[in-house]
Ligand binder design. Structure first.
Ligand SMILES: Cc1cc2nc3c(=O)[nH]c(=O)nc-3n(C[C@H](O)[C@H](O)[C@H](O)COP(=O)(O)O)c2cc1C
Length: 66
């Protein structure tokens, strides 16, 4: 399982580590031209900002081929 995470103050990194699997930083992946994730399961761990996904996580989901 791949766990893609976005964190500002570390809470979501802590949660991603607790879930386990192969951790992938969303900000690092956003620097790539093409993002492809494939596995039996792909998880997203991120904070809620003003009741919504953080902008970078939204952009990641639009850009990534999962
Ligand atoms: C700008 C901003 C907006 C937030 N909005 C919400 C929210 O709408 N609901 C909520 O439960 N938490 C909200 N939070 C709290 C974060 O989701 C929470 O602190 C989270 O654990 C931060 O994760 P991180 O440590 O991985 O960055 C907000 C935090 C920030 C900085």
């Amino acid at each position: 399982m791949k766990v893609c995470y976005f964190t500002a103050t570390g809470n979501c990194l802590y949660v991603a580590k607790r879930i386990g699997g192969e951790l992938k930083s969303i900000p690092k992946r956003m620097k790539q031209d093409r993002i492809a994730r494939s596995d039996d399961a792909v998880g997203i761990v991120c904070p809620v900002y003003c009741g919504e996904l953080p902008g970078m996580v939204r952009a990641f989901l639009e850009k990534a081929s999962i």
